[in-house]
Design a protein around this ligand. Sequence first.
Ligand SMILES: [Zn+2]
Length: 424
Amino acid sequence: MVGIEASIISHPRTWKASGHIASFNDVAVNCSKCKFSTKIDKSEVGKVKCEKCGEEYEIKGEFSLMFKTSVGALDPIDAYLRGETAQGMFLDFKLVQQTSRKQLPFGIAQIGRCFRNEIAPRDFLFRSREFHIGEFEFFINPEEKKCELLEKKHLNLKLKLLDAETQSNGNDTLKETTIGEMLQDKRLEEWHAYWLAEQILWFYSLGLNEIKIREHKKDELSHYSSATFDIDYDYPFGSKEVAGNANRGQYDLTQHMKESGEKMEIFDDKYKNKIIPKVIEPTFGMERVFLAILTKAYSYDKERQNIVLKIPARLAPIKAAIFPIVKQDKFEKISNEIILDLKKEFNVVYDKSGSIGRRYSRNDEIGTPYCITIDEDSTKNRDVTIRDRDTKKQVRVKISDLKNVLRKLISEEIDFEKVGKLVD
Ligand SMILES: [Zn+2]
């Protein structure tokens, strides 16, 4: 996998080639009764009623979701801010392949800001004009049907699926299935199955188990895709799309080759043929994932009477807070030594104001997983207490071991209670 950062402003022909100018449209509607105006998806025309009062919508016409700008001074041309990061990766596909000396199969990945001409921005982070997408474009020889990376942990992976047939029957019953069964049912191909499984495993690894997979029906597939799945997350306010996974086939590279005249084929050593690769695309709405992590982590502790943000330690912006027990030179001196050492590796803060309890609360609320206190014993024994955010348990650890202990705690290689002597 090769990471890149492509440009935000792109030539209009990029979006002509990709099909976005012709098809990346929504439908503007007005409620016939309460006059509420909004937009709906093309596939929803005639199927959805006013979200405010339940009356019929009047269709006002299609509009482009592409964010238009102009480039040039005297004779400007229309250009577009990217509506997705994918096209930049297709345009740079050959350059990346050559400079990083990759053989198929390989991927390009990118996280970046994208723009949409959203006429009705609302729903907090869900309908906005600018947002971040994280995308992988994974390139495969179209002849390669087998995925060598597909293991038992992928095939046996359990998930909740809303399949296309169920939806076509007007039903929304989820069924328990596995990636292996989805393959048997021919809902997707092996490489597609591998990447969908990897995405699900990633969500599970962050503790975000409340996800379900929704298969796109034939009539709602994007213009480029032969199979697409949405990954929806159950937020406290309802289920929303948080990620997706599409089989884009050879569509994009073929289109760019036609539009630009540049050759997009590459020679595949394994099959000894010159081909245009096909593409599997896992996508993440980064703000949506962020919000899933925040809502999952948020908890109010009645006993402590403060919020405890239980984000996994590896995602916490601040890994540890260092407290001298009281403001005295002998404690502050050791605290400074510790800070200087830990700072080389971790984002840590120093906090000496207010009671220890107040300092714990402040750090609970911003999700700092570990608080380190320097006290009288520290001056004699060169050790400190570490307090765990979620359990409030404390252990005593040698200052010389501190960096190593923090590293293991953050990567979840060791249980908190095993890193040192428990203190009451
Ligand atoms: Zn209405």
